[in-house]
Design a protein around this ligand. Sequence first.
Ligand SMILES: Cc1ncc(C[n+]2csc(CCOP(=O)(O)OP(=O)(O)O)c2C)c(N)n1
Ligand SMILES: [Mg+2]
Length: 464
Amino acid sequence: MSRIVVSLFKCHARNYHSHRGIYGFRIQSSTDLNYGISSIPTNYTNKVYQITEAFRSNGYKIANLNPLGEPKSIYLSSLDPLNYGLGSNERISLSGILHSNKTEINSEDFLLMLKRIYCDKIGVEFQHLHENEKEWLAREFEKIQLEHTMPCEEKKDLVNELIKSQVFDNFLATKFATVKRYGGEGAESMIAFFLEVFRQSCLDGLKDIIIGIPHRGRLNLLTGLLDFPPVVMFKKMLGFSEFPAGIDATGDVLSHLTDLTEYKYKDNLVQITLLPNPSHLEAISPVVVGYARSRLQSLKLADYVSDSANELNYPVLPIQVHGDASFSGQGVVMETIAMSNVPHYSVGGSIHLIVNNQIGFTTPQERGRSSPHCSDIMKMIGAPVIHVNGDHPEEVLKATRLAFSYRQKFKKDVMIDLQCFRRWGHNELDDPTFTNPMMYKVIHSCKVFLTNGILIQEFSLIST
Ligand SMILES: Cc1ncc(C[n+]2csc(CCOP(=O)(O)OP(=O)(O)O)c2C)c(N)n1
Ligand SMILES: [Mg+2]
């Protein structure tokens, strides 16, 4: 008997390790180290270089990231030019230090430029990355911050999607006032994230996107970008099943409806799978990764390509969406990201989005975790964290573009921390002014997003 087991094992092992290598695993070619800024100064005592590095490391700490508060007015000695001996009106050379068209600049403009890049509405944490990735990210971020302009058509599309999401929430609030919808109000710009990822995926020729997303804003995504028929959703809200009459099934809860669709942009198609969501927060995260991996196996792509001469590409993109409280509270998050780059489990990187509304049901963030940011666990795997102010959809779009390029370049996980708020209660049926009165005093003083936004003013789509 035992001889049969041993010979079966041997047979299996032979197929697994074949002359072609190891099934389902290919060694990645070492990443090119020569795409950083062309001439990094060898003189590290150069004060311009030192100040630039200080902003790269610490700029995000004073960036304007929180839509519910003023930028932090804390003094950081590392960002004080006087501590580097930089005087006013000094002519300085930027060449080889900062990605800019200018090679010479005066010291005042230099500091303004650094603040504009590193302390505005996007703050990037990337000092914990490998040296080559750090250099690449600094260069890409500086390029995006200094050069990115949004074509008018793109702005119109973005405004259109945001308005759709907001009108949808208003409609549900009016027509289905007693339904728990976990609306996206206060976090509307998560739609900007999805729009940009879908479009970039089409442009880059990706085949599949696999999404795991919890309750918040799920209905908006389904009807807004994923072609889910609103009629089916409304029927469900009225107490009917999403299945046709005659089928003996009760279906899922409303906020876990699911979809499989295609997204088309500039003649390219990408297939989008929105996975069903278990109520147990974050349990979907490893499922997203496993689903993406098995999709690669079915398509015989990435690690399953037998021809090792081809560059290793991962054309199935997993998107893991999280709530701020769940992401820092659930152990499965750590377990999932710990596996992200392990042979036989790798999917070429997930893009993570935390819809950081700064609250978990009724628990304020300072009561829910011990780390400064809800995204901090991402540092465990050396992943970049891009914080962005959710009141500025154009900035969310820029942050998304940066995250997408990083994932495509390094085939590793990357995080966007979308700092926003929750305009109503957890499920709209509870009253947060009782449980979180201070926070909601601030929230109720915020103007409704969009009616006050620059995009709207620019296009006069709604009178303010
Ligand atoms: C494992 C688990 N614990 C608790 C809950 C109950 N619960 C549902 S939503 C929620 C708050 C989640 O907060 P957050 O992750 O910040 O998402 P938000 O609702 O703010 O978007 C809680 C505690 C759950 N569904 N699953
Ligand atoms: Mg939350």
